[in-house]
Each structure stands twice: as C-alpha cells, then as structure tokens.
Design a protein around this ligand. Structure first.
Ligand SMILES: C[S@@+](CC[C@H](N)C(=O)[O-])C[C@H]1O[C@@H](n2cnc3c(N)ncnc32)[C@H](O)[C@@H]1O
Length: 242
C-alpha cells in the first residue's frame, strides 16, 4: 500500500509525520485564517468540483480524498498554482482514512459523486457504500450535516437510496439537480451533456442518536467487552448464515 500523503497549499507531508486523528485546523493554521466550516469530497478525481468550491468559499475549509496518485498530484498542483490555502488533500484509501485518520463530527457536508460502481457482484465489497462504511462516512458530519451523493449507475444508486432511508439518524431527499449554485463534477458535466439519467440524494443527520446503521452489526468483528450470548433463536440465524 502506498503511504498516505497530505498536501496543503502545495506543501506535502506523509501521514507518519503527523498525529492522528488529524488536527485539521492546525494544518490550515499555517497558511490561512482559522476556518469554522468544513466540507469533504471523497473520490475527487480530476478535482473540478473541489477546486471550484474551494475558490468560491475561501472562508470554508475543504478536504479531498483520492486514492489515485495521478489525480491527487494533478489537483495538488492546481491548488498550489491557484494559491488555494483552504484546501487539504489526502492521497489514500478512503475507508482507512475515515476509520483511522480523520476526526469525528467536524464537517457540515460530505460529497460523494459518481463513486466507482464495481458492477460485478464479486467486486461489490469494494464499493464505498455498505452499511458499515456508510457509518464511517456519517461519522465525519456534525449534527445537521449533509451527505450528498450522485451516480449514473442506477442499480447502485437505488441500493444506496435504500441504505440511506433505512438509517434511523437520516432524513433523505432526492433531487433533480443538486448543482443549482454549485460546480458540477467532471462526470456530472459529461453525463449531463449526454442526457444520462442520474440519481441524487441528500441525507441530513437529523438525530444525534442511533448513529449506527441497523444492518451494520454483521461487520463488527471486535468488541472491547465480551458481548452477551445471543438467545438460541438468534444463534441459529447467525450460524445458518455463515
Ligand atoms: C468515477 S470517479 C468520479 C470522480 C469525481 N467524483 C467526478 O464525479 O468526476 C471515482 C473516483 O473515486 C476514486 N476512488 C475510488 N475508490 C476510492 C477509495 N476507496 N478511496 C479514495 N478514492 C477512491 C477513484 O480513484 C476516482 O477518482
């Protein structure tokens, strides 16, 4: 696995040189006024949306996550050339960064646009959204914060819609076009011009309780205390389910 890299205003550090969870205000404090609001984009690709949002909202901090080095370097260099001091870029695997590196409850928005759909069923586990990783994404948002999602891959989008609606902490809305006043992403722009159908959701964290997805328990493989023995009827379901 490549080391996680962090770029702010063209200056780059390795994750190993910093404390975790990352002190985001400290990263920006070296280059700009303290920011109170943060927005995150996961899988920023060529960075069109992220760069335009950071340019248009200089008082807000933006954090971008991208696993492909080529895209990360492209956006890092563009951000440095444009003197965008309010942008932190992370090159690394999103699920690892969400679980182990980023602080909780710091963002007002998380944007996930056109994530890789991994259409083959044997690859579905690589998708960003399943009940457990959705909880990792929501963990970044403070109460009232919003997760915005879009995809042209309608089967995946319908599943994500069901997943979001089954979450007790979320209030979910669909939107014909979320990008009224915002920049379009590279793929959003391409698919919009091609007239492709796009599914979009906005999910607001409406409750501070029940932050775990009810379908997520199956992914829990470690606990700090020994969990109670489940009743016989539940044991049978778990055993027969493998
Ligand atoms: C289809 S592109 C969409 C790019 C951009 N959001 C857009 O709409 O134009 C998906 C992006 O997510 C990135 N990505 C996929 N899985 C990721 C992961 N696990 N962690 C971080 N980035 C990821 C890919 O490298 C790619 O740049």
């Amino acid at each position: 696995m490549l080391p996680v890299r962090i770029a702010v205003a063209g200056r780059e550090q390795l994750l190993a040189e910093l404390d975790v969870p990352l002190e985001l205000p400290d990263l920006l404090a070296q280059v700009t006024e303290p920011v109170r609001d943060w927005e995150v984009e996961i899988g920023f690709g060529k960075g069109r949306f992220l760069l335009e949002q950071a340019r248009a909202n200089p008082a807000c901090g933006f954090l971008g996550i991208e696993v492909v080095s080529k895209y990360y370097r492209h956006v890092r260099d563009r951000a440095a050339g444009d003197h965008l001091d309010n942008l932190v870029l992370l090159r690394g695997e999103a699920r690892y960064l969400l679980a182990a590196v980023l602080p909780a409850s710091f963002a007002r928005s998380v944007h996930v646009y056109f994530p890789d759909p991994w259409p083959k069923s044997r690859h579905h586990e690589r998708r960003l959204f399943d009940p457990e990783s959705l909880d990792l994404v929501l963990r970044l948002l403070h109460p009232g914060g919003v997760l915005s999602f879009a995809t042209d891959f309608l089967d995946y989008g319908k599943l994500v819609g069901e997943l979001l609606r089954a979450h007790p902490a979320l209030k979910v809305e669909t939107a014909a076009d979320l990008w009224g006043g915002r920049a379009r992403t590279h793929y959003e722009d391409k698919y919009h011009r091609e007239g492709r159908e796009i599914l979009r959701f906005e999910a607001r964290v409406a409750s501070c309780e029940n932050l775990f997805h009810p379908l997520g328990g199956r992914g829990v493989v470690a606990a700090t205390t020994k969990p109670p023995e489940p009743p016989e009827s539940v044991s049978r379901i778990v055993k027969s389910d493998g």
